[in-house]
Design a protein around this ligand. Structure first.
Ligand code: KIV
Length: 270
């Protein structure tokens, strides 16, 4: 069957039909192209770029300029997947006007199809103004890395009755504000299932169990490229870092020994 570009309608159709939605993160052209060829539905240029590419300790320092730079590269590698650009911390928290302006930059300058921002009920009015400006928004609740300090670290959210109630309320508020999907991060499986049943938009889980409408992973985690910390919810489909390091040290050895470059890599004019 001929492939067509993933749209909000096709993602919503998947929820209606009970088909799972897939999402992976990308930060550069060639990874985006591979993800697109693997027929992943949505590519997220996450502000996780701060941790896994730029070497920051958290996502907090990531700037709009950095996000635009990486989103542009991913755009160039993406043909079919629906492209979401993360709004970095403090690019949407100060005023509605700034939120709309920065969301607009990810669409106009970087070529994203939509934006993502973190926060629940307290961010519903921000989601609404961005959506009213014509920009699709993906929500993100549960563990929200930009405000992890306020949550006392990277912990599963909604473990008690009050926390669970707040998460369910937040998901409903984002749905009502016009978000087209919502990421649930580090949420107990039963709460994620309850949210998924009770909102009209797809839930995309990361550490939120199997009953979400879809799943997202940080690509560097699932490929075994990020060795600093492997969260429990990550499945490593391949462990690339040791393979890459071995290839690099083989290269060093061969250059030192003179085995590389060989005659087949050499231009020899008689
Ligand atoms: O920044 C990111 O990669 C994310 C995912 C973990 C959902 O927000």
């Amino acid at each position: 069957m001929q492939r067509s570009k993933v749209t909000i309608m096709s993602i919503h159709d998947k929820k209606a039909k009970g088909e799972k939605v897939t999402m992976l993160t990308a930060y550069d052209f060639y990874t985006a192209a591979m993800i697109d060829q693997a027929e992943v539905d949505m590519i997220l240029v996450g502000d996780s770029v701060g941790n896994v590419v730029l070497g920051y300790d958290s996502t907090v320092p990531v700037t709009m300029e950095e996000m635009i730079h990486h989103c542009k590269a991913v755009r160039r590698g993406t043909q079919y997947a629906f492209l979401i650009g993360d709004l970095p911390f403090m690019s949407y928290n100060i005023s509605h006007e700034e939120a709309v302006r920065n969301a607009g930059r990810l669409i106009k300058e970087a070529g994203c199809d939509s934006v993502k921002l973190e926060g629940g009920s307290e961010m519903a009015s921000v989601v609404k103004v961005i959506v009213d400006a014509g920009i699709p928004v993906c929500g993100h609740i549960g563990l929200t890395p930009q405000t992890a300090t306020k949550l006392s670290g990277f912990r599963v959210q909604g473990k008690d009755a009050e926390g669970a109630r707040q998460l369910i309320e937040s998901a409903k508020a984002l749905d009502e504000a016009g978000a087209f999907a919502v990421v649930l991060e580090l949420v107990p499986d039963a709460i994620a299932a309850e949210i998924t049943k009770n909102i009209s938009i797809p839930t995309i889980g990361i550490g939120a169990g199997p009953d979400c409408d879809g799943q997202v992973l940080v690509t560097n985690d699932m490929l075994g490229l990020y060795e600093k910390f492997i969260p429990k919810f990550v499945k490593q489909y391949v462990n690339l870092a040791p393979m890459i390091k071995k290839a690099m040290s083989d290269y060093v050895q061969e250059v030192k020994s003179g085995d590389f470059p060989g005659p087949e890599h050499t231009f020899h004019v008689k």
